[in-house]
Design a protein around this ligand. Structure first.
Ligand code: SF4
Length: 431
């Protein structure tokens, strides 16, 4: 899976976006001083047209020009949890344009008011971890586990899931979690004596179990969903130890992972530690990397660590490349040196820190085109995001639910989100 990326080929753009891509390709370079004024030509008229009703939002992992533009126009740049709340918390914003991956836009849509519309600048911008946990991959397996374990089984859906999986969590009495509140959510489920199906990230699931001191022999990972596109039969051949191992498991992990966060190894950690750096990593990294490092935590945890570091401190960060680049700029202003954990200037390592290439599919031509097409009143229907939408990130094919099914999905997905909020804030939930 390629995780580093430059310009997209022209044939990757929807027809409506090609004129903007052709203009962008004719720009002399990709420096902010060139790209930002070009983006402004489309952003300003759209902002004047929609006034205060327009909200631009982007994730921390987006490239520099998009983040700068969104910040300049009073938009929100944040992690996936804060993004999800943007429509609900800003009812006066009627048109929300998101530059991040699809599940994040869908989370905004799940919580949005009826008169708000959510748009993604490129619907093919998917999260690789979520791409390996589509409903048609997970649900047939979850159904077999529910048949075997009945109401003892509860699904915890990491924020990096589509709405259909969040609804599955809601239906089974489970909750959504983020990388920072995962330990609280898992503890809440364990206190109820539940067996947990943790979807989709096996590494966050395992790291959370280790953090809570759970017996890791009772944390069992399901097969690689890349083989046969999930949907496998649950029998004695499913995992090592067969059905007995699944029966004894406290937590069953879906087998997905993030291509960006699994490039790190304990050797990377050791390299920087030997040179006096503090090493901090995201818990989507492998267990052995987390255990070798000085600390692990969510995007917000990593950002706070940079902001609180004192002049002269040196930190190696293991997470997405654009985030580390933005952190490096902030650190430099205060005399703090930030490096990317995989950027090792030694040919024996042959590694480099990359950005989230699929999120970067929301490039400047997509943002320019989305804003201009919305202003002209002819936005492509495929860029509208509704709760329950499933997009094939290769072909762009869209599976959209009928109204009644969507309403039901929203009810269940909101339940799982509400339980997360309740448990995070009070330790329990009554919904
Ligand atoms: S960095 Fe990884 S987990 Fe995050 S959005 Fe990109 S692919 Fe998904």
């Amino acid at each position: 899976m390629n995780i580093c990326q430059t310009d997209l080929p022209l044939d990757w753009y929807q027809t409506e976006f090609k004129p903007y891509a052709e203009e962008y390709m004719r720009l002399p370079d990709r420096r902010p001083g060139t790209v930002l004024p070009w983006l402004d030509r489309y952003a300003r008229p759209a902002l004047e047209h929609f006034g205060d009703a327009l909200l631009l939002v982007a994730h921390f992992y987006m490239g520099g020009e998009i983040v700068k533009l969104v910040e300049r126009y009073g938009g929100a740049v944040s992690d996936s949890y804060q993004l999800a709340l943007q429509a609900a918390r800003n009812p006066h914003k009627k048109v929300i344009v998101e530059s991040a991956v699809h599940f994040m836009a869908e989370s905004i849509a799940i919580l949005a008011h009826d008169d708000q519309s959510v748009w993604i600048t490129n619907p093919k911008a998917g999260c690789t971890m979520e791409m390996l946990a589509k409903d048609y991959m997970v649900e047939p397996v979850a159904e077999q586990l529910i048949e075997r374990y009945g109401e003892r089984l509860l699904v915890i859906a990491y924020m990096n899931t589509g709405g259909r999986i969040k609804a599955l969590a809601g239906r089974t009495g489970g909750a959504v979690c983020t990388s920072s509140n995962a330990p609280k959510i898992v503890e809440w489920a364990r206190k109820q004596g539940k067996k947990i199906l943790f979807v989709p990230d096996q590494h966050l699931g395992r790291n959370t179990a280790a953090k809570l001191g759970m017996d890791l022999s009772k944390v069992v990972a399901l097969p690689d969903p890349q083989i046969g596109r999930g949907g496998f039969k649950v029998d004695d051949k499913t995992v090592a130890g067969g059905l007995a191992a699944l029966d004894a498991a406290e937590m069953i992990l879906w087998g997905s992972f993030c291509g960006v966060h699994t490039v790190f190894s304990p050797a990377h950690v050791q390299y920087w530690k030997e040179r006096g750096y503090t090493v901090l990593v995201h818990p989507e990294s492998k267990l052995e990397v987390v255990q070798a490092s000085d600390g692990s935590g969510s995007t917000n945890f990593l950002w706070e660590a940079v902001m609180k570091a004192k002049s002269g401190e040196r930190i190696a960060i293991g997470t997405e490349g654009h985030f580390v680049r933005n952190a490096r700029e902030q650190g430099r202003l205060r005399g703090v040196e930030i490096v990317h954990l995989a950027d090792i200037p030694d040919p024996r390592f042959q590694s480099m820190g990359c950005g989230c290439a699929t999120m970067s599919r929301n490039d400047p031509p997509h943002l320019a085109g989305m804003l201009d097409l919305l202003r002209q009143g002819r936005p492509p229907a495929a860029n509208r995001v509704y709760a329950g939408d499933v997009v094939d990130e290769e072909s762009g094919a869209l599976d959209r639910l009928a109204l009644a099914e969507r309403a039901q999905l929203i009810r269940h997905a909101r339940l799982s989100l509400q339980r997360m909020i309740d448990v995070t804030e009070t330790g329990t939930s009554n919904v």
